[in-house]
Structures are given as C-alpha cells and as structure tokens.
Design a protein around this ligand. Structure first.
Ligand code: NAP
Ligand code: GCO
Length: 262
C-alpha cells in the first residue's frame, strides 16, 4: 500500500469488541480482522458466545471469545487480565454491548431504567477503566464507544436508552479530555437505524416506524452493519490519531434532514 492507506491498517493490534457474537459488534470485529487486528470479544451468554466463535471461524477468523457480563466490574477486570496474559495488551476497545427497552416512561420501572443505563453507560465506563492502564503503558490506545442517534435526539418509549447514549457521548468526551495526553483517542460512532436483531421489531414491512425511518433518511434505506465498518476502521487506526472526543454519525443523513414532505 502507500503511506496514506497504510495508516488505516490495524496490523499487529489487539482489539476487544464487547457484545460481538453478532450484530454491529460482529461486523466491526470482522472488518478489524480484515484490517489485520487480532480479535477478542465477549458475550453474556455461553451458547451465543460459542455461536459467535463458530461464525468467526466460518469467516476465517480465529477470534478469542470470553463469557463476561460487561456490567460486572470483577468479571471485566478478570477478562481483560486474561486477554493481556494470553493474547496481549489491548490496543483497541469498542464498547459495543448494549440493550434497549422500548417502554413508555410512566410504565417503566426504575429497575428497568437502571438496567439499560447499567449496560449502555456504566459498562463502557467499567471496560474503559479496565483497559486504559494497559494503553497508557503501551503509549497508545483507541476507544470507540457505540453511541446512537439517541445520543442527540429523543423519541417516545426510549427514555433509558437515550439517557444512557447521551451520557455515553459525554463519557467519550471526558475520556478524550482525561487521557488524550497519553496518546489515547476516545471517539464515538453513532449508527443511524441499522438492520440488526435489536431493530428487527421496527422493520416489519408496513410497520409505521419502518416507513417513518425511510422517509427521515436521505439515503432512503435502513443502514447495514457493513455501512459502519469503514468509519469503525478509521476510528481504530493511526489515520485518526488527531481525532479525539468526536462522535462520528453513520446515519445516512437522518440527523441533517427534516424529513420528506408527506
Ligand atoms: P444487538 O443485536 O442487540 O446485540 C447486542 C449485543 O450486546 C449482543 O451480543 C448481546 O449479547 C450483547 N450484550 C447485551 N448485554 C450484555 C452484557 N451485559 N454483557 C455482555 N454483552 C451484552 O444490538 P446491535 O443492534 O448489534 O447494537 C450493538 C450496539 O449498537 C448497541 O450498543 C446498540 O445500542 C448500538 N446501536 C444500534 C443501532 C441499531 O440500529 N441496531 C443503532 C445505533 C446504536 P446477548 O445476545 O447474549 O444478549
Ligand atoms: C429505536 C431504535 C434506535 C436504534 C439506534 C438509533 O428504538 O429508536 O432501536 O434506538 O437502535 O439507537 O441510532
């Protein structure tokens, strides 16, 4: 390659992508492997982890998989220590694991609200805290937080998710501020509406929300996980060494568009 394209290489890097047995995390991990990274991932569920390892194998990737609940600080610290011992110090962290609850606020219990915030906001704090010391020792690091359009906008029924993803945007900016001096870049990637299991209930043909999203997206389509891979590689590579605290929205233009006239 040439001096410019070489900066997008992830050759020799160790990447941890949380919640990456399938969906957005799996797509990002697969792209990182193609760019040269060694892939580590986790899932909360043993069976889904095993399915994930099989899926990576079928893609020609020898991924290192770990059963770990990202909200459990002791388990996260043990997983990171195990990765550092058997694979290497983590160069790239993607805080991807996430859940959503689509429940009207007045019908949502505080416990359910806390559960979403625990996975979508507290866990990125926990996992980032576990990997940053190794990045400092190594002299570099990349943290990519998977934010959301709901880091910027609200909508009915997703109060916990929007609060968490809004907080994740600010955690991104704070990690940038606190650790940028150690050559650690922390950015967010903000997917628009992407075809994954998480959005399957919204994509039923004829579902009003499905038609709504199409009308709100200049690209006129739902995003695919593939749409995220180029931006994710950029944020994990040397090519973004002076990009920090930024949320890169990959949304087909939704956030820029008032929406098609009915
Ligand atoms: P998904 O299909 O629901 O996958 C979420 C992944 O996170 C699953 O592998 C899940 O594992 C894992 N996970 C959930 N809770 C966990 C925990 N406590 N510990 C460890 N792993 C856990 O979601 P997705 O659509 O790929 O989304 C991935 C990320 O992108 C999420 O942060 C989501 O908020 C964000 N996002 C999605 C969209 C979209 O349109 N799809 C748009 C913007 C942002 P299990 O299967 O075992 O539960
Ligand atoms: C929803 C969707 C969104 C997407 C994504 C948008 O119910 O509104 O699930 O939240 O998952 O976060 O960027």
């Amino acid at each position: 390659m040439n001096q410019y394209l070489d900066r997008f290489s992830l050759q020799g890097k160790v990447a941890l992508i949380t919640g990456a047995s399938y969906g957005i995390g799996f797509a990002i991990a697969t792209a990182y492997a193609a760019a040269g990274a060694t892939i580590c991932f986790n899932d909360i569920n043993e069976e889904k982890l095993a399915n994930g390892i099989k899926a990576y194998e079928e893609a020609g990737i020898k991924a290192h998989g770990y059963v770990c609940d990202v909200t459990d600080e002791d388990a996260v610290n043990a997983m990171v220590a195990q990765i550092e011992k058997e694979v290497g110090v983590i160069d790239i962290l993607v805080n991807n694991a996430g859940i959503i609850s689509r429940t009207p606020m007045l019908e949502m219990s505080a416990a359910d609200f806390r559960k979403v915030v625990d996975v979508d906001l507290n866990a990125p704090f926990i996992v980032s805290k576990a990997v940053i010391p190794g990045m400092i020792k190594k002299g570099h690091g990349k943290i990519i937080n998977v934010c959301s359009m709901m880091s910027e906008l609200g909508r009915e029924t997703v109060s916990a998710y929007a609060a968490a993803k809004g907080g994740l945007k600010m955690l991104t900016k704070n990690i940038c501020s606190e650790y940028g001096g150690y050559n650690i870049q922390c950015n967010g990637i903000g997917p628009g509406y992407i075809e994954t299991p998480q959005t399957a209930p919204l994509r039923v043909p004829g579902h009003p929300f499905n038609d709504f999203i199409i009308s709100k997206t200049p690209a006129g389509r739902w995003g695919t996980t593939e749409d995220l891979t180029g931006p994710a590689i950029f944020l994990a590579s040397d090519a973004s060494d002076f990009v920090n605290g930024h949320i890169l929205y990959v949304d087909g233009g939704i956030l820029a568009y008032i929406g098609k006239q009915p």
